[in-house]
Design a protein around this ligand. Structure first.
Ligand SMILES: Cc1cc2nc3c(=O)[nH]c(=O)nc-3n(C[C@H](O)[C@H](O)[C@H](O)COP(=O)(O)OP(=O)(O)OC[C@H]3O[C@@H](n4cnc5c(N)ncnc54)[C@H](O)[C@@H]3O)c2cc1C
Length: 393
């Protein structure tokens, strides 16, 4: 038997990797984190919105919160407005970079070892260890551990090479930081000209600043430049000549998120709300399941796929219904024309459904299936869109 220095090697020191590293070291595991970037504080392409439940569950320190939001202004393709607002704070806008850096520092202070500028290229599983082949500072190398947690975000190809499948549906995101002195509420924009099948956003962040972005199946940069021009013409932002950053978001998990000696979590595992693309809360919830499974595997020495399957059962039990309902809603929304979206706005406004949704106890920022089913079950909407929304009934 090889004498391994580490119980768990974590591939990817982003939010989910560093959170898991912290929890695993606190539970007594010896943890190594391999991170491709030269510095943790590299570019994070994320708007940083989380719901209140996430902030409370994971005790997010107030120093990472840039803004609080009680609701949002949602615009139809022709400019009709829904204003969903509640008396209490519903969501927070985070400084994602500061949070990632702080988590990595806490994990290191707790004993996790970080190797930066180290890109994992291949994971090999043998009967007594995992071997990770890397490019470290441009040179090839190998690291070994008893087990691996793959948390390297979407699109690394590692889940395919482990025969776990890949998240085969995804969307492209583009975002820019803009000067927006008067923006106090989250704004959401819809329509084929803005973000076909998805939506664009303007989200207040630091004082006088906002994050403008959108999701799209293609050319997100072109659509964002157009949205920025529109927002500038409306006086919502001060200038449109800004740097655009890009990222991809999985909309579905790979076929399997565990194997012998290996688990997959976060965006790498497609643990994302398919409605909005938000992955912070679901990723953190799943990281807790991954940590619990790995801690007990380290204690028992059972790293078999059968033993680690508990991880997938646990996270699916928590999220699968939400993710399935959200995915169906997402596919439905992508098929709607601008006229149909406008018609839905009319029905919602004319029938006071927005006010119902604002008051409903089962509607939350993090769990969308309640609101979706309530909306789809509404008699007027069913009457107008019966055939389209049948999958929900
Ligand atoms: C435009 C945009 C806006 C978003 N806004 C929100 C939002 O408002 N709210 C929300 O909840 N979610 C949002 N998301 C999604 C959210 O950013 C992700 O769900 C979240 O970052 C996932 O965390 P992660 O740790 O799994 O992956 P990541 O944050 O992507 O971290 C993965 C890490 O792994 C490293 N890595 C990658 N490959 C390798 C490798 N081969 N070897 C070693 N290291 C590697 C990367 O450098 C990175 O540090 C947004 C996404 C986009 C694109």
């Amino acid at each position: 038997m090889v004498n391994l220095l580490h119980d768990v090697v974590i591939i990817g020191g982003g939010l989910i990797g560093s959170y898991s590293a912290l929890r695993l070291t606190q539970a007594g595991c010896r943890v190594l984190v391999l991170e491709r970037k030269k510095r943790i504080e590299g570019k994070a392409v994320c708007t940083g919105i989380i719901g209140r439940e996430c902030a409370e569950t994971f005790a997010i320190d107030r120093k990472f919160i840039l803004r609080e939001a009680r609701g949002a202004r949602i615009f139809s393709p022709s400019g009709k407005e829904l204003h969903i607002i509640r008396p209490e704070t519903q969501a927070y806008v985070l400084d994602r970079v500061a949070l990632d850096v702080a988590l990595a520092e806490r994990a290191q202070n707790a004993g996790a070892e970080y190797v930066l500028d180290c890109a994992a290229q291949n994971v090999q599983i043998s009967h007594d260890c995992v071997e990770i082949r890397v490019q470290r500072e441009g040179k090839p190398g190998v690291f070994s551990a008893r087990s691996a947690l793959v948390s390297c975000g979407f699109g690394s190809g590692l889940t395919e090479s482990l025969c776990l499948g890949k998240a085969n549906d995804f969307v492209l995101g583009a975002q820019a930081e803009v000067a927006a002195p008067g923006i106090e509420e989250i704004e959401v924009y819809s329509g084929r000209e803005i973000a076909p099948g998805f939506f664009g956003w303007l989200v207040p962040a630091a004082p006088g600043r906002a994050r403008a972005g959108l999701l799209s199946r293609r050319n997100p940069g072109d659509y964002l430049r157009r949205l920025l021009g529109y927002l500038q013409s409306q006086g919502r932002i001060a200038g449109a000549n800004v740097e655009i950053k890009y990222g991809s978001i999985p909309l579905k998990p790979p076929a399997v998120t565990y194997g012998e000696r290996v688990l997959v979590a976060g965006d790498a595992a497609g643990q994302v709300k398919p409605t909005t693309g938000g992955g912070i809360y679901y990723g953190l919830l799943c990281a807790d399941f991954a940590v619990a499974t790995l801690v007990s595997a380290c204690q028992s020495g059972d790293f078999s796929a059968r033993g680690l399957a508990l991880y997938e059962r646990n996270w699916q039990q928590k999220l699968q219904n939400e993710m399935r309902t959200g995915y169906r809603a997402r596919k439905l929304f992508e098929r709607l024309s601008d006229r149909q979206i406008d018609r839905i706005f009319d029905i919602i406004i004319d029938n006071g459904i927005d006010k119902e949704l604002s008051k409903a106890g089962d509607v939350s920022f993090d769990w969308h299936s309640g609101a979706l089913l309530r909306l789809m079950g509404h008699s007027v909407l069913r009457g107008a869109f019966g055939r389209v929304i049948r999958p929900f009934q």
